[in-house]
Design a protein around this ligand. Sequence first.
Ligand code: ACO
Length: 328
Amino acid sequence: PVYASFRSIGAYVPSRILSNEDLEKMVDTTDEWIVKRTGIKERHIAAEDEYTSDMGAKAAELAIERAGIAKEDIDLVLCATVTPDYFNMPSTACIISDKLGIRNVQAFDISAACSGFVYLLSLAKAFIESGMKKNVLVIGAEKFSSIVDYTDRSTCILFGDGAGSAVISATDNKEEGFIDVHASADGSYADFLVTPAPGAIHPVSEKVIEEGLNFVQMKGNETFKLAVKTLTKDVKEILAKNEINSEDIPHFIPHQANYRIIKAVGDALKMREEQVVLTVHKYGNTSAASIPMAINDIWESGRLKQGELMLLDTFGGGLTWASALLPF
Ligand code: ACO
């Protein structure tokens, strides 16, 4: 049999920083409120002419280089984003492939909001373990600032831009392979996180601009409670199914949306502080990029070593959620 293995990681963070102090000048908020309610100190914002595909291509370039393979060896390019360069076509995966000089391979986007990267891991696993592909390039990239209303204090403090990417390769060594990936959704909570336009229901019109339908809308408090419940349940299930104890996970890497959500989930799972990876203070919520950016962070700092077990856990608009158990 053939197994899917995590071969390399890369990330890109735009240079411009938007701090809580900057936001204090834009909306009625304070650094103290933001830190207390979210744990976020600052987030990075892409330049005006820097798009999701630019950030995704930079992260992917690094991942390929670190994988030690040639671009020609990539046989599938998958991108998760809710802030694509173009809403309908072409896909951001096609644009990234072109920027990397990867041609004549299957490339497409998926839409699973913040769960996007872990959803991609489930796809990469399926493509590789079925024998259809050998080296899958997965990318989570977001220019979330492009759908944020910077006059709405309840959302503009939360989000940031960035990208992360990984190369997932076929191996016949079971020890290197993914242990498990769960991905799920419940569309009855679709109205918790919505960007109403543009789409078939709200095509571009003056109404869209007047009513700000192109911006993200969120039921923050309801999302918060559901996130804690869903993330905890999801992790308990994947650990029980694979007979692994939460104390034995060296790297618990949850979606970076809010420190209080991460703390509540970590406590419910009886995780020690040093097991839990935190980057939300410096990047905010970067949606599909959040988990690969966090993996890149701990790998670059030397905290994550080859072969060490990672537990990924995420939730997002849809409502979608997903978890994964895999060695780095
Ligand atoms: N500064 C100051 N006050 C604020 C701000 C702000 N930036 N934002 C909201 N407030 C006020 C509200 O107006 C409200 O005032 P009121 O009591 O006078 O009405 C008060 O603070 C409390 O508001 P809540 O929304 O109840 O605050 P809460 O503790 O829930 O925190 C937050 C809000 C941070 C948004 C939290 O609910 C949250 O993080 N939710 C989860 C969001 C999330 O994870 N979303 C991402 C999902 S992933 C994806 O797919 C994109």
